[in-house]
Write a protein of this length. Structure first.
Length: 283
């Protein structure tokens, strides 16, 4: 078993009351990494994207992720609290970001971007699909640094014992004694998601999109792969304490929100290869 490194501090830098958290820095790294990769792809011969368009689309992505992620977190995972206190939506300092909310926000942003730049919606989403995986991966590293979103107990060799003082409600949810120092070994589900949704999904989409698939195919593959990866990780990840399992003692909110992604991903891939409209985003 592995012990969670106690030297990890969620706060990168503290200057008086000002604190810079690693979680925010991981988002910044994700945005900058996606922007850089977009510039790299735009520079390839035959690519129909200019550096200025890459800059603009990343700006739209940032707005979509931040606004959609916050709204989604409140509505999907804290709706009862929102009904009791609607102003909680604006208390961003309390934390809370939802991937599925961020996805909806980015889709709206891509629709607005496409209208402004005279492109099709799927030209935009096909181009950004490989880029956003950088942010997905760094965001999961931020969850790991924050010692949050752990999986359930495990006997696997890489199961991680987490200091109860750093893990919030984890130890109490596992039924540990109040004076326990470490939790039972649990799945490091954030690292599973980093490897699947960040590293593996990036490799799949980057090389697939470079082969010139038809329009919609990259977007469809993104939805399908992310939905499958997230659905599988949710099987070992502990559900949010205030929501719990939705059915059968294993169905979670994350799986409920991921299932439509899988279905739409399959549909888009089917439509893409039936129409075979050429992709204009890569060489």
């Amino acid at each position: 078993m592995i012990t969670y490194p106690e030297f990890i501090d969620p706060v990168l830098l503290a200057i008086g009351p000002l604190k810079i958290h690693w979680y925010g820095v991981t988002y910044l790294i994700g945005f900058l990494g996606g922007w850089w990769l977009g510039r790299v792809r735009a520079a390839k011969p035959g690519c129909h994207w200019s550096p200025q368009q890459v800059d603009d689309i990343v700006f739209y992505i940032v707005l979509g992720v931040v606004l959609g992620g916050r709204v989604g977190s409140v509505l999907f995972y804290g709706f009862s609290g929102f009904l009791a206190d609607p102003l909680s939506l604006f208390r961003v300092w309390d934390g809370g970001m939802s991937f599925h909310g961020g996805l909806i926000g980015v889709l709206v942003a891509m629709w607005l971007f496409a209208r402004r730049h005279g492109r099709t919606f799927f030209d935009a989403t096909d181009f950004i699909a490989p880029l956003v995986t950088i942010g997905l991966g760094t965001g999961r590293l931020g969850n790991f640094i924050n010692a949050e979103l752990w999986g359930g107990p495990t006997n696997l060799p890489w199961g991680m014992r987490v200091p109860c003082a750093d893990a919030g409600m984890l130890c109490s949810r596992l039924g540990m004694p109040v004076d326990a120092i470490y939790s039972l070994p649990v799945h490091p589900s954030q690292l599973y998601e980093f490897l699947l949704e960040g590293v593996l999904l990036f490799l799949i989409l980057w090389f697939f999109s470079a082969k010139g698939p038809p329009r919609m195919a990259v977007s469809g593959l993104f939805l399908l792969c992310y939905g499958v990866f997230r659905f599988l990780v949710e099987l070992v990840r502990m559900p949010d304490a205030h929501i719990g399992y939705l059915a059968f003692d294993w169905v979670t909110m994350g799986q409920l929100l991921s299932a439509p992604m899988i279905l739409f991903g399959i549909l888009l891939l089917f439509l893409a290869y039936r129409s075979k409209a050429p992709l204009e985003t890569t060489s």
